[in-house]
Design a protein around this ligand. Structure first.
Ligand SMILES: [Mn+2]
Length: 440
């Protein structure tokens, strides 16, 4: 998978030299680091999931080289923090033609840059950018005769982002696997949802199921009961679920670093009230319209527009908006209650890399691209423009959609989404966890 990706990168870059770094570990608090998760582009290009490394790829005509600078082997340090591949392992296991200890990167950098006219590096203001530009300055100052030196700078991450947009079959297999695991977690959470359970208890179920099934979590899980769902990135999860509320779950598993991203909103007591169902069906219609709009040749703006039209129509029908549909759409009247976009790229990053617009206009979707579709409606508890019976309700429905040659395929299709489906799923027997303990 990584060798194939490198081949695609060499094709895309043409002649030149590319540098990319793996970040170091990040301290969480005294002596304790956050669990290391490789930077997505670096991992895809190299297959190395260790911190503190630099990858160098260069191409001159037919000649292509892949070099790695990695942490050296160190039995004593490895006794504390685990095995390191070391240069030899990097050659043997990752297919690097050359590999050296990381400390040698700075001394070899000047020589590496010589003979290439184009330099690809992360233009992100980071340490590697500073180091590479410093080396380039040195070389330019010392230049005595016209030899090839980089005179064109390109952002390597943008080139890689472009390649990441269309997923290959092995990548899609991982994304489907992540979707399946995510579905298992959602179904199990549905079974344990009831009044009196805490948001953090249900939150704990997601990574538990992911882990039991061999995955990991792709991002911080959101469990938001009642009006908490009106906070878009609600992650504190300290409240207890109350009878008569809805609860919103936004969660996703990661499998081999590929993400799923799903949102469901369900009734805490197992039954949608009439008002809750009215609002829920409004969002569901927007979701269906957006999914139906997704396909090759349209943009994510078109998908968003389909969701906005349905949402605005629904808000007019319920009396939250007044006037004509087109006027309200033009005024963006929905924005008060549906403030976010409908889609983002999905892949190695949950908000995956890639531009949404190109120089000449929006990017059109192509076969192999994966987007989320996630319309929502958030009616804050203190919003006096909202009829009282609808206040303090937040709803979002999110699925992952693969663009195919002739349309789309919803990767997360099996996760209950219709009101009756959800209610029925909540009545099924737990499969992984016997019960959640009651709280006092
Ligand atoms: Mn999302």
């Amino acid at each position: 998978m990584h060798a194939e990706f490198r081949a695609r990168f060499f094709e895309a870059m043409g002649d030149g030299i590319a540098l990319l770094a793996a970040p170091g570990e990040v301290l969480r608090n005294n002596d304790t680091e956050y669990r290391y998760r490789p930077e997505s582009a670096f991992w895809q290009l190299t297959g190395l999931d260790e911190p503190d490394a630099v990858a160098v790829l260069w191409r001159r005509g037919r000649e292509r080289r892949f070099l790695l600078f990695v942490r050296p082997r160190d039995p004593q340090l490895e006794m504390w923090s685990g095995r390191r591949l070391g240069p030899e392992g990097a050659r043997r296991e990752l297919g690097a033609q050359e590999a050296h200890p990381l400390a040698e990167f700075s001394t070899r950098l000047d020589d590496l840059l010589k003979g290439h006219t184009r330099l690809f590096l992360p233009l992100d203001g980071g340490a590697l950018q500073g180091q590479a530009l410093g080396a380039l300055n040195r070389l330019l100052r010392r230049r005595k005769q016209p030899g090839a030196l980089p005179e064109e700078l390109r952002d390597v991450k943008r080139v890689l982002a472009e390649l990441r947009l269309r997923k290959t079959p092995p990548e899609l297999a991982r994304m489907e696997h992540a979707s399946r695991i995510t579905g298992e977690a959602f179904r199990e959470v549905f079974r344990h949802t009831r009044p009196g359970v805490a948001e953090y208890q249900l939150r704990a179920v997601f990574p538990y199921i992911y882990g039991v099934l061999g995955g990991d979590w792709a991002f911080e899980t959101i469990v938001a009961a009642g009006a908490n769902a009106c906070t878009l990135h609600y992650v504190s999860c300290r409240d207890t679920l109350q009878d008569g509320q809805l609860v919103l779950f936004d969660a996703g598993a990661e499998l081999d670093y590929y993400a799923a991203d799903v949102t469901r909103t369900i009734p805490v007591n197992g039954r949608f009230s009439k008002d809750q169902e009215l609002l829920y069906r409004l969002v569901l219609k927007a979701h269906q319209a957006a999914v139906a709009a997704a396909g090759p040749g349209v943009s994510v703006d078109d998908v968003h527009a389909a969701a906005l039209r349905e949402t605005t129509e629904g808000l007019l029908q319920l009396g939250l908006l007044k006037g004509r549909l087109e006027t309200n759409l033009k005024k963006q009247a929905y924005k008060r209650w549906f403030p976010h976009g409908t889609s983002h790229w999905l892949g190695l990053d949950v908000h995956d890399a890639g531009d949404y617009a190109l120089d000449h206009g929006p990017r059109l979707l192509e076969e192999g691209m994966v987007i989320t579709v996630e319309p929502g409606l958030y009616l804050p508890a203190a919003d006096r423009k909202v009829p009282e019976r609808f206040r303090g309700i937040g709803i979002r429905i999110e699925d992952d959609v693969l663009i195919t040659a002739d349309g789309r395929r919803v990767l997360t299709e099996g996760i209950p989404r219709e009101p009756r489906e959800i209610e029925a799923a909540m009545q099924t027997r737990p499969k992984y966890l016997k019960a959640l303990p009651g709280l006092k």
